[in-house]
Structures are given as C-alpha cells and as structure tokens.
Design a protein around this ligand. Structure first.
Ligand code: GLU
Length: 287
C-alpha cells in the first residue's frame, strides 16, 4: 500500500482508539484543561462523522499522588506495589470524574472499563469484555479504559498502557490506534520520522524509556505498534500538546510518526490475543 492509499485508509478509519499518557494529565491545571478542551472537541468531531471512539487513559496513579500530597496522613507516598495500587484506587475515580466533566459539556456520555491480564485468561471474561465494548459503542457511549491497577500484581500487569491500548485495539477491531505523548513522535538523529513502515531492532534500540510520570516511553509505544502491525492496524505516535492533534493526524496525516498499518486488516481471535499477552509476559516489553 503506498502512502496516499494509507492516508486515505486513515481518513476513513471507522473505529479509533486514542491512548492518553499520564503526562498529559499531570501538568498544571491550565495545561490539563487546555489539553482536555482540545481532546473533547476532536472526539466530538469524530463522533459527528459517525466514527466509534475508545479512550485508553493512564493517570490514575499520578492523580492519586496529587491527592496524597494534600492529605496530612500520607507522608511521601512511594513507589512500592501497595502504595501504587492504593494511589491508583484513589486517583481512578477522580480521573474518570475529570473526563466526565469535560465530555458531558459536549453531550458525550462516558463509561469506565477497568481490566487486567487475568480477566482475559478465561474465555468468558474475554467474550464479556468484547460484548461490553460492542454494546457501549452501539449505544454511542465513550468507553474510558484503564488497567485495573488496584488488583493487578506486578507479574500479571500489562505494565504500561501502551500495550493495553494495543490489546484494546485488537479487541474492538480498531482501524487505528493514536497514542498521544509528550514528544513529537519517533526521532532519528533529532528529527521526527513521519513514517515508519517497519519497527526493527535498530528502532527499538534507539527508543528511550519513560521520561515523565508514565511507565512506558517510546520503546513500549513501538512495541504496541509492532503488536498491531500484524493485524494491519496502523499506530500514530503524536504530540498530545499540539492543538487538535487527533483530528489533524487523522485528516492531514502529517503529524508525528505513523507506524506500520500497510498490511491487510484482519481480526484477531481470542487465542491469538492471549498468546500475544503470554509472550509479553514471558519476554516483557517495559524497560
Ligand atoms: N495504569 C497506570 C495509571 O493509570 C498507568 C500505566 C502507564 O503509565 O502506562 O496510572
């Protein structure tokens, strides 16, 4: 598929998954509000065009941490598993309330979906999750997804929401995954690479780890794109601070880095998704 066919495919994407990293939601109140105003405008625009949208959002731990700073009973919450799980439990409802306050302004009802690797182990869990997504999207509800951090243990975690957003894209059979991050895309010699048809070992070796409050970094974003490549689903890695970035990426296709997506679209079976998770658990993607 040449680039202009690919651009066309992206413009016509029907189901769009948008992944939002913790950094986008943990700046000053003004920065966070600016970001959310742009986001809701873009999502409203996509929905008005008849597209289905799913948001995968990090930020539970970051918002829980912010809250902990105002509570005298908590002195310097650290990074142990139990502290992070407690912070996620504190922050998750605040995160979703924040989304609700913004999306309700443009009349988009939202729903929260939290799940973890274990929920996909059983066939029933997988089917229920898939059906819930389908029902919400049929009803025109916007699912906001995160990992169920308070119950996931270190060994059984997706680990980072980049991989989670790839799994969600496979489950809902998305046409594109758009990852909003704090950099302009994948960089080579300081320059943004606008199109990366394949992710090779050289790109992975040059991708950095997390630089902000999240857990992923460029490495896990490229890993997520690699998972989706086989399914023919392209991944956009774009700077979430750019105005109307989602809309501009989908319509103009000239923002950030577009990875893969030139294969034939095909849906993944439950077994295939599980085997991806299995290999992720054995090989690991975080660093
Ligand atoms: N699920 C975690 C949270 O909501 C974030 C994981 C990540 O940074 O990718 O805080």
């Amino acid at each position: 598929m040449n680039r202009s066919d690919l651009d066309e495919k992206i413009r016509n994407a029907n189901t769009v998954v948008i992944k939002i990293g913790s950094a986008r939601l943990s700046g000053s109140e003004e920065e966070v509000n600016d970001f959310l105003f742009q986001l809701v405008a873009d999502v409203r625009h996509l929905r008005d065009q008849g597209k289905k949208v799913v948001v995968v959002s990090s930020g539970a731990i970051a918002r829980g941490r912010k809250m902990s700073e105002t509570l005298p009973a908590i002195v310097n919450a650290g990074d142990s598993l139990s502290e992070k799980q407690a912070l996620a439990a504190m922050g998750q409802n605040r995160l979703v309330n924040l989304y609700d306050s913004f999306f309700s302004k443009v009349n988009l009802p939202i729903a929260q979906i939290l799940f973890g690797v274990l929920d996909l182990e059983t066939g029933e869990g997988f089917k229920n999750l898939k059906n819930t997504f389908r029902q919400l999207l049929d009803w025109g509800i916007l699912p906001i997804v995160n990992e169920n951090d308070s119950v996931a243990t270190e060994e059984l975690k997706f680990g980072d929401n980049d991989v989670l957003s790839a799994v969600v894209s496979l489950i809902v059979e998305a046409d594109i995954l758009v990852i909003l991050t704090g950099v302009s895309g994948f960089l080579r010699e300081g320059k943004t690479v606008s199109y990366l048809p394949e992710v090779g070992s050289e790109e992975l070796a040059n991708a950095g780890g997390p630089s902000g409050p999240g857990t992923g970094g460029m490495y896990t974003k490229l890993k997520a794109a690699t998972i989706l490549k086989e399914a023919g689903i392209p991944t956009g890695i774009i700077d979430g601070a750019e105005k109307n970035c989602v809309r501009r990426f989908l319509e103009e296709n000239r923002l950030g880095t577009l990875v893969g997506g030139n294969g034939k679209n095909r849906s993944y079976s439950e077994e295939e998704i599980k085997s991806i998770l299995q290999s992720k658990r054995n090989g690991g993607t975080s660093r």
